[in-house]
Design a protein around this ligand. Structure first.
Ligand SMILES: *Cc1c(COP(=O)(O)O)cnc(C)c1O
Length: 408
């Protein structure tokens, strides 16, 4: 099946028992068991089934299966948020004394999380992910993973996933990619060599901004060295699914960062139109970026523009478009604020991936906990506005920007 067909007809197409065209919401915390023996088997991973929704639920499983197909992986674990997914995935294979090598262009919340890791003895080395010599130099025998975003939010750098996978694999460590901003519509990181993919499904997957969630998808191809990852040894019997088995039997269930069945339902519904929405939003973003570039007093950053430092990499990594996020530098924080206040269609919201166009001033909000150097490395400036372009009629978006820019 091709992309849009798979979104409608792949894994979990509705409910076999009743013919319902949508997977029902199993709004139940727990499930009856046929017998005590069956229950014992369930807990020992020796029988399929459901026991308690923190660990698994049919609606959630349907969403996980569709995410696995979407990202071309082996298995997925849905979590309470994108942040929960990043936390669980990384802590699943790290312990005190370990190091991780990550991109400077990450989402502000993720940078904050890596500072929280310090209290647990996990040290983060931030590097420009496109400087491959720096990435190699940052890796040592304590390093347990490389982490980057396909398209950095809001740096809008594009990671050369194939090259990074080769560097990570040479060092015997996995590459974990946050694919939130690109989504599988633009690229499937697992096909390019990444080992684990994370999505904040609060964004493009859900599509309508009606619920928070995140998903970890396991490619199942990484060869775990059990000396280097002692915690994985116990899960060797699960073969290709060792990473997911460890997660499900450990940190994920014990931290309790489960997704609600209702949210899984919203996501299953929302993701049916992922292809259509991305096609429109990417096309709108390219048109808006090109239009704004004509203003001499504005600097536009968008991977789809030839002026972007990451245009070449974008052409290699992304298909069907360049994403729907643009950042613009307008000269001063004051001007940024008056432009934001003046726009009528684009709303001030700290979110991306909505059907509606959203604007934010990252420096004073999303990245407010970052140091000045961290902001600089993440291309976050005082005069910068991030635009998450929606699926409105592009003429209306352009007219709104033109009117405000004439007044400011
Ligand atoms: C929003 C976002 C996250 C965090 O996801 P939540 O669902 O808000 O917890 C992580 N990474 C990226 C790239 C994001 O845009």
């Amino acid at each position: 099946m091709r992309f849009n067909t798979a979104l409608l007809h792949s894994a979990a197409p509705g409910d076999k028992a009743t013919g319902a065209t949508l997977t029902p919401i199993y709004q139940s915390s727990a499930f009856y068991q046929e017998s005590a023996l069956q229950h014992e088997k369930l807990f020992a991973n020796k029988a399929p089934g459901f026991s308690y929704t923190r660990i698994g639920n049919p609606t959630i499983a349907a969403f996980e299966d569709r995410m696995t197909v979407l990202e071309g992986g082996m298995a997925s674990v849905a979590c309470a948020s994108g942040m929960a997914a990043v936390s669980c995935a990384l802590l699943n294979i790290t312990q005190a004394g370990d190091e991780i090598v990550v991109s400077t262009g990450l989402y502000g919340g993720t940078i904050d999380l890596f500072h929280d890791f310090e209290a647990y003895g996990i040290t983060t080395k931030f590097v420009d992910i496109n400087d491959h010599e720096l990435v190699k130099a940052a890796i040592n025998e304590k390093t347990k993973l490389v982490f980057a975003e396909t398209i950095g939010n809001p740096k809008l750098d594009v990671a050369d996933i194939e090259a990074l996978a080769a560097i990570a694999h040479e060092a015997g460590i996995p590459l974990i990619i946050d694919n939130t901003v690109a989504s599988a519509y633009l690229t499937q990181p697992l096909k390019l060599g990444a080992d684990i993919v994370i999505n904040s499904t609060s964004k493009y997957i859900n599509g309508n901004s009606d619920a928070i969630s995140g998903v970890i998808t396991d490619g199942g191809k990484f060869k775990w060295d059990f000396e280097k990852y002692p915690g994985m040894k116990e899960f060797k019997v699960f073969g290709k699914l060792a990473f997911t088995a460890k997660l499900r039997n450990g940190l994920f269930r014990n931290i309790g960062a489960c997704i609600a069945p209702q949210t899984a339902f919203y996501n299953l519904l929302g993701m049916e139109t992922l292809g259509l929405r991305m096609e429109r939003a990417c096309s709108n973003a390219l048109k808006l970026a090109k239009h704004l570039e004509e203003y001499k007093d504005i600097t536009v950053n968008y991977p789809g523009l030839e002026s972007s430092d990451w245009h070449e990499t974008a052409l290699k990594v992304l298909h069907n478009g360049f994403g729907a996020i643009i950042t613009v530098r307008v000269g001063s924080k004051e001007r940024a604020f008056s432009i934001m206040d003046g726009l009528k269609i684009s709303k001030i919201v700290s979110n991306i991936g909505d059907t509606k166009t959203l604007i934010v001033h990252p420096s004073s909000t999303l990245n407010v906990h970052s140091s000045e150097q961290e902001k600089k490395d993440a291309n976050v400036f005082d005069d910068m506005i991030r635009i998450s372009v929606g699926i409105e009629d592009i003429e209306d978006l352009i007219e709104d920007f033109d009117r405000v820019l004439k007044e400011n």
